[in-house]
Design a protein around this ligand. Structure first.
Ligand code: GLA
Length: 431
């Protein structure tokens, strides 16, 4: 039979083709797209190559569908920012109890996320083992407890051989771990990126997304590769949220090792606003409200900016022992409503006058959330014009102050206020 057009016979070429195929298969088995040796390029033009379905990027695969979860930004509590590796079942149960007792659950904080260091090893079957000293009742019992409170269980793993805390990672055991998590009742998986070597983010996260889907359980999938490989470009059909930056520091500004301050994160996360939407969110990391590294004014700005950016709201403090001041920030329902608005648009800067900024977020009722933000060292007046909010100048609109919890009456054309240093004035503008 005649060979297909373009197929070159001859032993040398066939041997070369076989070698190339073996090289590609080896590369793919390691989870990478094989790199073609430079010398092969010309020869390859002569080879007949049927389309290889394994080379379709997961985000471009027409068969891949969204999981339909997290239509508004997920909210909850996570152990990491305050407790790091000192996590145990007493702490997690206490957090769950607090979320009910303080009204956090009813305000929308649903996920109780156990971050790194809960795992110690694998058993003879390769199943992950939770630290028996710290989680003596086991993860299934903890999941049941969390569910009995009307909350949801979040768990943590890593796409590499180890987690960032040096515990066993999920690489090569994605399906086994996904099914273990599902048996424990996990509703949320934060999947980190340490010890991943030369893995490609998109493929590694798609693999775990598929493993989670195979369990039949609804699991919100949190991509945590720190924005390294532009997850906002490939993430929407793979996960529900993706970290856009390295870790958040408990400080207003400045980098220390892998951690950066609140305003540094804001500046990296803001330009990505067009990539966010229902089911797929930019994640500027968990909240540092209540952790003591900022003033009260700065903590309110942090919470307001996260809300106007439609960020996941994961409390990261010791909620069981928080005072009324911190509770009032985390439980500001008018600010939370901006974050959770069902239109799901991430707000962004509409004016940048150096230290003085105007931010706007369109809301489902046609209104706007507005943040006047003063980064400077002294209080200053900031004005927002209606035209900057895409409103006609003459239109009158109701202004509601979301921190003072009071109506400021109707205004036309613009709204202005004096904003303290490092502070915000946050209002809702409703035509
Ligand atoms: C990384 C993540 C953090 C946290 C730690 C745990 O640094 O970005 O959010 O999960 O790992 O080790």
């Amino acid at each position: 039979m005649a060979p297909p057009k373009g197929f070159v016979t001859g032993k040398g070429v066939l041997r070369f083709a076989a070698m190339l195929a073996m090289l590609m298969a080896a590369g793919t088995a390691l989870g990478q797209v094989a790199k073609e040796p430079a010398a092969a390029r010309e020869v390859k033009l002569d080879l007949y190559e049927p389309p290889n379905p394994t080379l379709v990027r997961p985000s471009e695969d027409p068969k891949r569908t969204v999981n339909g979860l997290a239509l508004v930004p997920p909210m909850g509590w996570n152990s990491w920012n305050k407790f790091g590796c000192n996590v145990n079942e007493r702490l997690v149960r206490g957090a769950a109890d607090t979320m009910v007792a303080t009204g956090m659950r009813d305000a929308g904080y649903l996920y109780v996320v156990i971050d790194d260091c809960w795992q110690v090893d694998r058993d003879a079957q390769g199943t992950l083992i939770a630290d028996p000293a710290k989680f003596p009742s086991g993860m299934k019992a903890l999941g049941d407890y969390i569910h009995s409170k009307g909350l949801k269980l979040g768990i943590y793993s890593d796409a590499g051989s180890k987690t960032c805390g040096g515990r066993p990672g999920s690489q090569g055991r994605e399906y086994q771990d996904a099914h273990t998590f599902a048996e424990w009742g996990a509703d949320y998986l934060k999947y980190d990126w340490c010890w991943t070597g030369v893995r490609k983010g998109e493929e590694a996260y798609a693999l775990m997304a598929d493993a989670l889907r195979s369990t039949g359980r609804d699991v919100v999938f949190s991509i945590c590769e720190w924005g390294k490989d532009r997850p906002w470009e490939w993430g929407p059909k793979i996960g529900n949220l993706w970290r856009t930056t390295t870790d958040i520091r408990n400080a207003w500004t400045g980098r220390v090792k892998f951690q950066i301050g609140i305003v540094d994160i804001v500046d990296l996360n803001e330009p990505l606003y067009a990539h966010a939407g229902p089911g797929h969110w930019n994640d500027p990391d968990m909240l540092q409200v209540g952790n003591g590294g900022m003033t009260d004014v700065e903590e309110r700005s942090h919470f307001s900016l996260w809300a106007i950016m439609a960020a996941p709201l994961m409390a990261g403090n010791d909620i069981a022992n928080m005072d009324a001041r911190v509770r009032d920030i985390l439980l500001n329902k008018e600010v939370i409503a901006v974050d959770q608005d069902r239109l799901g648009i991430q707000g962004h800067r509409v004016r940048d006058d150096g230290d003085l900024e105007v931010w706007s977020k369109p809301l489902a009722d046609g209104g706007r959330a507005l943040v006047l933000f003063n980064r400077g060292p002294v209080a200053a007046e900031i004005a927002a014009k209606w035209t900057e909010l895409d409103y006609p100048s003459k239109m009158s609109a109701e202004i509601r102050d979301l921190w003072a919890h009071k109506s400021l009456g109707r205004k036309a054309g613009s709204f202005s206020a004096t904003v303290p240093s490092h502070g915000v004035v946050m209002v809702r503008v409703t035509p």
